[in-house]
Design a protein around this ligand. Structure first.
Ligand SMILES: [Zn+2]
Length: 543
């Protein structure tokens, strides 16, 4: 028996076509009363079922009472390819009751967040585990339980009480972008947040999620304009917008986002003493977020200065959004230059700078310098441009006959490392233990001058279980446990011709590195206790 399959072709919609969707630029409540600001996001068209459910996301919206989910359709009846963008209702009460708009907003923000990663890195970003991410946009949980759950592909959004209403946290653009970023990072580099990840990696997750959230909201020029107005207390004609106003607008904005509810830690402007040892990941991450925002502010002021006094407030707002978007893309691009395991803040800075050097060799406006300077101001040493690629010591490497195999076959990458003892030695791999994970990906990125850069990224991780005695003899690690696990790994980037052009390694059998990472049993236990609370449900709230 043949089953009639409804004919639902994409019609005149072409592969890769983008559409605009209206979302709330910040959240449902405008600071000055009145209707909330909206923004348009451009997202790739896909076939969307009721739910809405697409290829990457399913959005579940619970009825206000009970646990039943009421499916919503965002497309034209009978045509799952034809997305319909509707404006939000003007009143807050109506907006909060509008299930369809909630679905449209969440879908738009989630898709555009994924899109900026995929278009910047030139590759698909998988989930961990595979499948769809389910966004429970109006879940029964409290606001503090809003978050991405590792291992289940679920992001729950609770509600906050505002002006006598229960407001779904999913209506805030930054909160959706933040949680979706956790999911994206977890799919990209599972070891950044797994059982063995230390507090520094969890803090990195939070910092990156916040940077994406803040800068993606700030990339709307409407938001920047409103923020500029507020910071200056209403402009007079011809009034100067000085650096201080820019600074205030950006940081007040970030603080507003953070201070919104029980979800956020208060934003920290200046780096507190010893911040790298703070026991809470959001607090550590906030310092790095601050450094990135100061770089945005500095570049924004410089850009305005280049245009002189002829720049209108609108143009200044546009400049702010352009700078924010560029910095956001720089940070995201840096991710694919970071090691797959044990990432540190220095790895983040090196990744950003190295990726940008490849993409924009000539840094005419000082973007790299601004980031280097601001990281240095919070106590993270500048990265030297000498051998930033990490491969200058590896001349005469032995390559496979079929270079393209490196881009498709993890075995080929393992063989490549094996056949190049100098690389093997640098990664300090344990000879008897197989690699626990090897991933290869090709990426195609378009540089600002329109050239396509095609590369292969390969990452590997090795985890070695050692007895108490072995740990002491081979690594000098003293432990009272029966055994410990140590690990390391590396990231290798190959150019289109298959030549190694970049390496970021975390040596495995490295006494100094493992000694520092493990510390003592006591340190190790404290670290594990602190991080286990935040690991499985990202966005622990800090209270
Ligand atoms: Zn978070």
């Amino acid at each position: 028996m043949t089953v009639a399959f409804p004919k639902k072709s994409p019609g005149d919609i072409k592969a890769g076509q983008m559409v605009s969707l209206t979302i709330l630029a910040e959240g449902p409540i405008a600071p000055a009363g009145g209707p909330p600001l909206t923004a348009q996001v451009r997202i790739p068209v896909e076939r969307l079922r009721r739910g809405p459910t697409g290829h990457r996301y399913a959005i579940h919206i619970r009825k206000w009472r009970g646990t039943t989910v009421s499916p919503v359709s965002l497309t034209q009846p009978g045509d799952p390819w034809r997305l319909i963008s509707e404006p939000p209702p003007a009143g807050l009460r109506e907006l909060l009751d509008d299930t369809r708009f909630l679905a449209q907003h969440v879908y738009g923000v989630a898709m555009s967040t994924l899109e900026i990663f995929e278009s910047t890195l030139g590759r698909r970003m998988p989930w961990n585990p595979e499948g769809r991410v389910v966004l429970k946009a109006r879940d029964l949980v409290t606001a503090t339980d809003t978050g991405y759950e590792r291992g289940t592909n679920i992001i729950r959004f609770g509600s906050v009480d505002r002006m006598g209403y229960k407001v779904p946290t999913a209506l805030y653009r930054d909160i959706v972008a933040h949680e979706v970023t956790h999911a994206i990072l977890d799919g990209f580099r599972p070891a950044w947040a797994d059982q063995m990840a230390t507090m520094e990696q969890l803090a990195m997750h939070e910092a990156l999620a916040d940077i994406v959230a803040i800068l993606s909201v700030f990339s709307s020029k409407e938001v920047v304009y409103r923020q500029l107005e507020a910071a200056a207390g209403g402009f007079e004609v011809g009034q100067q917008v000085d650096d201080e106003v820019l600074m205030r607008s950006l940081f007040d904005f970030a603080r507003d986002l953070f201070a919104r509810g029980p979800l956020r830690e208060p934003f920290v402007g200046a780096a507190p003493e010893g911040w790298q040892l703070l026991p809470e990941p959001h607090a550590r991450g906030a310092v790095v977020v601050g450094a990135v925002l100061r770089a945005v502010q500095r570049l924004w002021a410089e850009r305005n200065a280049r245009y002189g006094g002829f720049h209108s407030l609108q143009q200044k707002a546009e400049s702010g959004s352009i700078v924010a978007t560029r910095i956001l893309r720089m940070v995201i691009r840096g991710l694919s230059y970071m090691p797959p395991v044990d990432v540190s803040w220095r790895d983040l800075l090196r990744g950003i700078i190295a990726a940008d050097l490849d993409m924009v060799p000539d840094d005419a406006h000082g973007y790299r310098e601004a980031l280097q300077a601001e990281f240095s101001a919070i106590g993270l040493r500048r990265v030297s441009l000498n051998n930033i690629s990490g491969v200058e010591n590896y001349s005469g490497l032995r390559y496979p006959i079929r270079l393209s195999a490196l881009g498709s076959d993890p075995q080929e990458v393992q063989r490549f490392v094996w056949e190049n003892p100098r690389l093997l030695e640098a990664a300090r791999l344990e000879r008897r233990t197989p690699l626990s994970s090897t991933r290869v990906r090709t990426s195609e990125r378009v540089s600002p001058d329109g050239f396509i850069i095609s590369e292969i990224g390969a990452s590997f991780i090795q985890t070695v279980r050692m007895s108490r005695k072995e740990a002491y003899v081979r690594l000098g690690v003293k432990t009272g446990r029966d055994f410990i696990d140590v690990r390391g790994g590396g990231l290798l980037r190959f150019d289109a011709g298959g030549r190694l052009v970049y390496a970021a390694l975390k040596p495995v059998m490295d006494r100094e590195r493992q000694g520092q990472l493990f510390g003592s049993d006591q340190h190790h236990e404290a670290e594990q206790a602190a991080s286990s609370g935040v690991r499985n449900k990202f966005h622990g709230t800090g209270d």
